[in-house]
Design a protein around this ligand. Structure first.
Ligand code: UDP
Length: 238
């Protein structure tokens, strides 16, 4: 079977929760190793890979009031959580032999590079996996919005949004066994039906910039490479 990738440059969005494995907080080492292996497999197909990593496995700004922290500070904490995940992902990717660079939207020069579009592009052209931390660098946004923003800036062909399920369904497939998976959806359908796949800001920005979103599950080993070669169940929003 032909295994030619369908894309030249992709932006992979991984939520922080994807790193937790069976835990309910933090990073599960075996899960991180498997995801890193999957990313390396995708990169080996010759696809340029930029990754936006979330932080929800550590902290989300919307929960800040519960611990007596103001929202903006809470969002800063959430963005810093993405840096923690990015550093862990870098290590795991380096173990696979892949060359990696981390860039943060929040400057922290002694820890990693700052996001600079031209440098980011150069890393991608040189075949390095680029891990983008710190979200957009602004409070009141999410890493979904950061994913679409960076995909637009870096000229990515598509955003690969990794979720717990293999696409967008007519109802929650865990609650409704006969829920149908959509093969394709329009941005308008996602927004009008309020389908919970990415936040509305991110979907609207993808629509405005003409960036398709492929929703797939990163749960099974090898799914990233299969999705890159069109052999994995998914929903494409365009
Ligand atoms: N965040 C932010 N601005 C951004 C991206 C993220 O303020 O541009 C904060 C926000 O508090 C968010 C947290 O970082 O809750 C973690 O990001 P996100 O919830 O998107 O992570 P994920 O759900 O993908 O794990």
């Amino acid at each position: 079977m032909a295994q030619e990738p369908r894309f030249r440059r992709v932006l992979l969005k991984i939520s922080g929760e994807a790193l937790m494995g069976a835990e309910d907080f933090g990073i599960a080492p075996a899960t991180m190793r498997r995801i890193a292996g999957d990313i390396a497999e995708g990169r080996a197909l010759g696809v340029e890979v930029a990754i936006v990593i979330g932080g929800g496995n550590i902290f989300r700004g919307v929960n800040s009031s519960k611990i007596g922290v103001q929202r903006v500070a809470g969002d800063h904490m959430g963005m810093l959580a993405t840096v923690i995940n990015a550093l862990a992902l870098r290590s795991a990717l380096e173990h696979t032999g892949v060359e990696v660079r981390v860039q943060s939207a929040i400057p922290m020069h002694t820890v990693c590079e700052q996001f600079i579009r031209e440098r980011a592009e150069r890393h991608l052209r040189r075949g390095r996996v680029l891990v983008l931390a710190g979200g957009t660098g602004n409070p009141y946004y999410t890493t979904d919005s950061a994913a679409v923003l960076r995909a637009s800036e870096l000229g990515c062909d598509i955003v690969f949004k990794a979720t717990k399920v293999d696409g967008v369904y007519s109802a929650d497939p865990e609650q409704t066994p006969d829920a149908q998976r959509y093969d394709t959806l329009t941005y308008k359908q996602v927004l009008e039906r309020d389908l919970k796949v990415m936040d509305a800001t991110a979907v609207a920005q993808a629509r405005d910039n003409g960036i398709p979103i492929l929703v797939f599950s990163l749960h099974n080993a090898g799914s990233f490479a299969r999705a890159l070669t069109g052999r994995e169940a998914s929903t494409v929003i365009r």
